[in-house]
Design a binder for this molecule. Sequence first.
Ligand code: SOE
Length: 381
Amino acid sequence: MARKKLNIGLIGYGFMGRAHSNAYAQVNKFFDLGYEPVLKAACARKEDKLKPFAENWGWESMESDWRKLIARDDIDVVDISVPNNLHRDIAVAAAQAGKMILCEKPLAMNAAEGLEMTEAVEKAGVANMVWFNYRRVPAISLAKQLIDEGRLGRIFHYRAKYLQDWTINENVPLGGQTLWRLDIDAAGSGVTGDLLAHSIDTAIWLIGGVDKVCGMTETFVKERELQDQPGVRMPVGIDDACAFLAKFKNGALSTFESTRYARGRKNQNTFEVNGEHGSLYFDLEDAHQLQYYDNRLDSHVHGWQTILVTDFEHPYMNKYWVPGCTIGYEHTFINALADFIKGLDTGVPVRPNFRDALETQRVCDAALKSAKTEKWEKVQG
Ligand code: SOE
């Protein structure tokens, strides 16, 4: 099929800038799509940092001011891959300029900002997506398929954990280019927005919306040195750990837990769903497997089965290699981008869009509020 060009303007050059650049470069190699992303312009304030990045990934041009990038006629899509405190202004301006928007998670610093962004893209009628990439892990997409097929029946429980360990050392500094996730003014929150937003997005996608939450948070290291100003110490404002109970609108009872203080856990993202007819369990450390318990089988063969999610019948897998050959973290971004472009091809907009991400943001806000009030809090909206 003759492909139309889709000119991308990427803002940011960090971890996610790399993951997205790779997706733009790879997507047409694996997926048959009506559009071909063109790495038109990469944008960041620091030219010395941006130049090697742009050259390495093949970006055609550079900008140092995101407003100039948005003003360019040759940019169709603005990709927001910068710290969370910049999402709102860029997204609102890009929507007003009629650009399509791909935004990193979490959507915003808080739900009030997220609502502004959502209203801006909806008013402008521009295509929009938030990069909740874990939906595009084939095993998680398969979990969605099994639940939608009714294999679990009524859902009673959802249990999510998202664990890391990289901030235990109190000498890890705060803020700056690489450690903005520890800076409350840049990130808006700690593990709640950074990690639990992923878990909440997956949960809402799999089993539906959250009604109310009751949470607690802790900041274990109270003060850190600033990365950009050695010797200067600042109080830490983010949540290092967050755990909350949630009651879903469908009545399911659920727990969510996240921390950056689980020694040995680098990026462990797990969930278990318990339903009337069966259960599912997923662990990102075994990303190509989905555990499934089917209670409708004859009782003498009851037991957890491990589905190796690499067959042609499994979500996304017929685009890659042959059964038994796994794909990796970077492919979740390629899959997400393919879904975005498929939305342009078919006219059926991709999910999660800004409004979906706003729902997740509202759960984050409610969990953080509950940790302060020490009460159950309703999820707004
Ligand atoms: C934090 O360490 C982080 O990079 C998150 O920001 C990502 O969203 C997560 O997928 C991996 O961990």
